[in-house]
Design a binder for this molecule. Structure first.
Ligand code: GLU
Length: 486
């Protein structure tokens, strides 16, 4: 049975790459009919950021990623917060000390600083713990403990030889043990470091495949040696390619949104994010880009995950979101966009039945043009407010034309009498007025659009007039009469 885990640290709102890792694990589990486990790695008290765990779980749920074991749902290996499992790690660390595979280190921060400074002075490229406490005799250790000196527990790395493993994405990978220092497993406050807690829990939780970002490859010599020392079988490992910005630098704020919740806020759809993230490093083997969740689960395999860094193109994601937005059933589009209009103050928090019906007619008019749910605001604001943002240039261009005064008067007269006030009838009026004035239809259509929306582009004019309704249309046409220069 495949058992994979997503093991986020609540050190901030999750990066989109981190959620990509969760998604790959989830898809892999579902593909194999296995289990997906969420484990919160909250042992670094200094880096803990309140609210980040909520953001992590919210992001997963938003994407439709459920977990079989983990926070809130529990499971056979509970608790799933490492901060509630401290005793387990302590025990393992002390057992390794007893077996001589780890040791207590009493070096103070000042001593360590001095050691590093000295190594730098001697021209070392990288500094490393010099293993001085590894040489302490049992009596020396006892004496220091009797003095109540605080200590950490360090792993005694093999001083020679290599460790290797077969990465499911990168293939055979080997490390020289001598290059890795005797890393800290247990800190002086009794908290484990990432390396210890992560390995212990992957073992106890019977994880079969560790799928995580490339940045963890460098931890492999530590983890592999820990597994060896503990006599535990290693899971399989797959390291996912790093996400880069268009400039091939690590994906960061400079490239646009990077926190997953920012994408949610900007108005991406879960189906678009899911599809896009699945393609961040994986591909279905052909050039299909639009894939349903079911297709992704069915076709996913680690063999098709690239070992090259992946360039994350925000424009591509935007394009994909536009695709999914166009396919959205109207009711859902309306449900999802109304909050953006409320947020912008264009609709009240509580809608009257009339406001709701009106919004339901307005929003679909611009469905084709939206790339983000939040685009609804700029595309439809003039329907909801009489405070139009006026394109002054367009006003100057059209409202000095000689036919405009008569055009406005005639439109107002005919619209007042128009019943029913519907698209076909409205079109007839506009074309009729153009003919009556002896001008082209466009010479009526453009200035009317500016009068009604303040701008030169928008949804089909006749439909737009119907939806705006007679009262607003007459009011805005009358208002436009003031633009005529005298
Ligand atoms: N807690 C680590 C992180 O924040 C987990 C890395 C791993 O999956 O081993 O990404």
């Amino acid at each position: 049975m495949v058992r994979v885990r997503y093991a986020p640290s609540p050190t901030g709102s999750p990066h989109v790459g981190n959620i990509r890792t969760a998604l790959f694990n989830w898809v892999f589990a579902r593909h194999h009919g296995g289990k997906f486990i969420v484990r919160i790695e909250d042992t670094d008290q200094n880096r803990y950021v309140p609210g980040s765990e909520e953001d992590i779980l919210f992001s997963l749920r938003w994407l439709g990623i459920d977990w079989d074991e983990g926070p809130e749902v529990g499971g056979p290996h509970a608790p799933y917060h490492q901060s509630q499992r401290l005793e387990i790690y302590r025990k393992v660390a002390h057992e390794l000390v007893e077996q001589g595979k780890a040791y207590k280190c009493f070096c103070t921060p000042e001593e360590l600083d001095q050691m590093r400074a000295e190594q730098k002075r001697m021209g070392a490229a990288a500094t490393m713990y010099d293993r001085r406490c590894r040489k302490l005799t049992p009596a020396e250790v006892k004496a220091r403990e009797a003095d109540g000196l605080p200590y950490v527990i360090r792993f005694a790395m093999p001083l020679e030889g290599t460790v290797s493993y077969e990465d499911l994405i990168h293939g055979h990978t080997e490390f020289r043990n001598a290059l890795t220092d005797d890393f800290v497993m247990l800190k002086s406050d009794g908290f484990p470091t990432y390396h210890l807690a992560n390995v212990v829990d992957d073992h106890l939780m019977q994880i079969t495949h560790v799928i995580r970002g490339d940045e963890w490859i460098s931890s492999m010599p530590r983890h592999l040696n820990l597994y060896k020392a503990l006599g535990w079988e290693t899971p399989q490992f797959a390291h996912l390619p790093l996400l880069l910005g268009a400039d091939k630098q690590k994906l960061s704020k400079r490239h646009g949104a990077v926190q997953f919740v920012e994408f949610i806020r900007e108005g991406y759809l879960p189906e678009a994010m899911f599809n896009f993230l699945a393609l961040c490093g994986w591909n279905p083997g052909d050039d299909r880009e639009i894939l349903t969740r079911e297709e992704i689960i069915r076709e996913f395999s680690l063999e098709r995950v690239s070992d090259n860094p992946f360039v994350f193109h925000h424009e591509k994601l935007l394009w994909m979101n536009g695709h999914y937005l166009r396919e959205l059933p109207k009711e859902r589009l309306i449900e999802l966009t109304i909050p953006y209009l409320q947020e912008a103050g264009l609709l009240p928090k509580e809608l009257t039945p009339e406001q709701r019906t009106y919004a339901e007619r307005v929003i679909p008019l611009e469905q084709e043009k939206m790339k983000l749910l939040s685009d609804v605001v700029a595309l439809t604001d003039f329907f909801f407010t009489d405070q139009l943002k006026i394109d002054e240039k367009a006003v100057r261009k059209w409202y000095s034309e000689p036919h405009i005064p008569q055009m406005l008067e005639e439109l107002i007269r005919r619209f007042e009498a128009l019943e029913p006030f519907n698209t076909e009838q409205i079109e007839q009026v506009i074309r009729g007025v153009a003919e009556w004035l002896g001008v082209k239809a466009a010479e009526v259509i453009h200035p009317v659009r500016v009068a009604l929306s303040g701008r030169t582009t928008g949804p089909s004019l006749f439909e737009m007039i119907e939806v705006l309704g007679k009262r607003r249309v007459l009011q805005r046409l009358r208002n436009a009469q003031k633009w005529i220069p005298r």
